[in-house]
Design a protein around this ligand. Structure first.
Ligand code: F6P
Length: 327
């Protein structure tokens, strides 16, 4: 039998992602619309352990939809990985009579949610928020679109100086073990090459490709390297290429945490609003232990298990196209 939910907590955990605020706003306002009391947990699971929980009203989430980061702050909690930490977190929830949770985050967040809901009887629905876009069960995660635009704009700027100085730049982008940010920002910026963890494109292929470019007298370029690339990040790839082709003046740029900040794009704001709204509806409909996502523009629910453990494939034809267009 579905238990009536009256008091809902929302948290953001793991790496922040642009659009998380829009998701928090949607959760809070949808919950209030449905006559629930809503509470914000500060700094994710760590704040739950420490009892950093406060009531949120409609006005508390005003003027945040356009802001990057997360108004609730975030953390990667080591303590929540222990049974003692989770027991303390449950005590805090009980102190506030909280009977359901919306957890916004990525892989680590849903791993925590899965363990917690197996130990304690509290329904949790997850909202995918990570720039990496590496969650199975949703076409896009909140923050990905903003991050690829940031990475693309950075690559555009680097291209100006690469062209002016006849230099070859290796630009490293985030993504942890996934190459989605690299692939999309490479296509968008017209990069001369892209290296991602998901395929077998290696240094030999890249060197061959660069030799072809050199033949047609192209003395500058940008190669986008995913941080999780099997042959190493941008510095390692640049070093190996330099050892094999001497006539390039090479430079390395790591875009880093720039990719995590900034005002979310409209796509991210709409996605986050939709997912936050649907997460509350899902809890009210009795769903638990699932991530809400969008697949082919339709709402979808994926078990935490699948969202975390199944691999979201990179579109092979996009990768092939990126290589062909980079010739
Ligand atoms: O998961 C988001 C992400 O930005 C990854 O792309 C990156 O590998 C990681 O977080 C960096 O984490 P931190 O900010 O904790 O160093």
């Amino acid at each position: 039998m579905t238990r009536a939910i009256k008091r809902l907590a929302v948290l953001t955990s793991g790496g922040d992602a642009p659009g998380m605020n829009a998701a928090i706003r949607a959760v809070v306002r949808t919950a209030i619309y449905n006559d629930l009391h809503v509470f914000g947990v500060e700094r994710g699971y760590q704040g739950m352990i420490e009892g950093k929980i406060r009531r949120l009203e409609t006005g508390d989430v005003g003027n945040i939809i356009q802001r990057g980061g997360t108004m609730l702050k975030t953390a990667r909690s080591m303590e929540f990985m222990t049974p003692e930490g989770r027991a303390r977190a449950y005590e805090s929830l009980q102190a506030f009579d909280i009977d359901a949770i919306v957890a916004i985050g990525g892989n680590g967040t849903f791993t925590g949610a899965k363990v917690f809901s197996s130990e304690y009887d509290i329904p949790i629905v997850g909202v995918p928020g990570t720039i990496d876009n590496d969650l199975y069960g949703t076409d896009l995660t909140i923050g990905f679109d903003t991050a690829i635009n940031t990475a693309m704009e950075a690559a555009d700027k680097i291209r100006d100086t690469a062209y002016s100085h006849n230099r070859l730049f290796f630009v490293e982008v985030m993504g942890r073990h996934a190459g989605f940010i690299a692939l999309h920002s490479a296509i968008g910026s017209g990069a001369g090459g892209v290296m991602i963890p998901e395929n077998n494109y290696n240094i030999d292929d890249l060197v061959l490709h660069l030799k072809k470019s050199a033949k047609r007298q192209k003395p500058f370029g940008i190669i986008i390297v995913a941080e999780g690339n099997k042959e190493g990040g941008a510095a390692a790839v640049a070093k190996q290429v330099q050892e094999r082709i001497e006539n390039y003046d090479t430079k390395v740029t790591v875009i880093g945490h720039l990719q995590r900040g900034g005002s979310p794009t409209c796509i991210d704001r709409v996605l986050a609003s939709r997912l936050g709204y649907e997460a509350v509806n899902a809890l009210l409909a009795g769903k638990s232990n699932v991530m809400v996502g969008i697949l082919n523009n339709d709402l979808s629910f994926t078990s935490f298990d699948d969202a975390i453990n199944r691999t979201k494939p990179v579109n092979d034809s996009l990768m092939r196209m990126a290589q062909i267009l980079a010739l």
